[in-house]
Design a protein around this ligand. Structure first.
Ligand code: FA5
Length: 337
């Protein structure tokens, strides 16, 4: 057996081994129990003494040299494997993070919460009532009898079972006063429904904030003061507003509350119907018949009430020129708030 040849070819194969498994196979082939070199070493005993010493020496040298080659290649392959694994699992901790898109509260929800906060800080309680109402609470108890022309003002969605979708939040005035004795201060935020055509300032589903304050000596001056304070805090600046005589069957006297159109700064635009003013609320002193319907003695109490349109307030605050955007589901619009 030519030990030199064996050494050379083994060394070549070791160097060419591409992974630890094939290296192991090579080890078996040459240095394993049945390995080529092992067999040579084993057969030494059959050789004559002189030859045995010579061949033995050379065979041992080959063995040591191949062992070294194996160790070296093993270290190289292990190193290569570790590096490959590291490369595969490498995380760039300096890479900028991916932004997870988060939602935000709808501008109407934000505004409603802000209004609640402002009124609560002035001692008002937040009350609620049902969206599905009876004719009694929506109309009769509010001094709007069946044949009264004012019933036409609120184009109503009537339901098949005799109920209706409330056309305003005013029914909660009566519902609340039936259960709670004055003095009282409440606001009632809620959705109302009107069977009407939509345009830049009219929706068929909108939110109102009703206000009601009842005590012994309540006047329009109190109404003006509270409303003025609300505007100031809601719009975060001084706001021009005006009360003009209006008519509501459940208040006497009645007013509409308008503020300078902030979209066009009073110059006139489609939102304010070119008038420079936008009506944001109806208001007035609670009519004696409403106290009566709620089971209170009219002469004993005085009170004022208002009903704001929340969309209109938000439109003015953020200079939104079309009320229909609120329910459009358009993310480009909603993402701005
Ligand atoms: C009422 O609904 C009365 N209940 C308000 C009231 C309450 C008067 C208490 C007196 C005492 P009116 O229909 O005007 O009134 O509506 C009140 C406000 O809701 C309006 O000023 C306006 O801001 C808003 N509003 C009414 N209809 C619409 C609509 N279709 N789209 C958007 N906003 C509306």
């Amino acid at each position: 057996m030519d030990l030199k040849k064996l050494k050379n070819s083994a060394a070549k194969e070791i160097k060419a081994a591409e992974d630890l498994k094939s290296l192991q196979e090579l080890f078996k082939k040459y240095l394993g129990k049945q390995g080529e070199l092992t067999q040579i070493l084993r057969s030494l005993k059959d050789l004559p003494k002189r030859e045995r010493i010579m061949v033995g020496k050379e065979a041992n040298e080959v063995k040591n040299s191949l062992s070294l080659e194996f160790d070296e290649r093993e270290a190289e392959l292990k190193d290569r494997e570790v590096k490959a694994a590291q490369e595969k699992e490498w995380i760039d901790v300096t890479a900028p993070g991916k932004k997870i898109p988060t939602g935000s509260l709808h501008p109407l929800t934000q505004a409603r919460r802000k209004a609640e906060e402002i009124f609560q800080s002035m001692g008002f309680e937040v009350a609620e009532g049902p969206d599905i109402e009876t004719e009694w609470y929506n109309f009769d108890a509010l001094n709007i009898p069946k044949d009264h022309p004012a019933r036409d003002v609120w184009d109503t969605f009537y339901l098949k079972n005799g109920f209706l979708l409330r056309t305003h939040t005013s029914p909660v005035q009566v519902r609340y006063m039936e259960k709670n004795n004055p003095p009282l201060r409440i606001i009632v935020p809620g959705t109302v429904y009107r069977h009407e055509a939509t345009d830049p300032s009219h929706e068929f589903q909108l939110q109102q904030i009703e206000g009601l304050m009842v005590d012994k000596n309540i006047s329009v001056a109190n109404l003006k003061a509270i409303v003025g304070e609300f505007f100031k805090r809601f719009f975060e600046k001084d706001i021009d507003f005006r009360l003009r005589p209006d008519f509501f069957p459940f208040t006497e006297p009645s007013f509409d509350i308008s503020i300078t159109c902030l979209v066009c700064k009073g110059k006139g635009c489609p939102v304010c119907k070119e008038s420079g003013w936008l009506e944001v609320a109806g208001a007035g002193m609670v009519h004696p018949n409403v106290f009566k319907a709620a089971g209170l003695v009219p002469g004993q109490w005085q009170g004022w009430a208002f009903g704001f349109g929340l969309e209109r307030l938000v439109m003015l605050k953020h200079k939104i020129n079309d009320i229909r955007l609120f329910r459009s589901g358009d993310l480009r619009f909603l993402k701005q708030f």
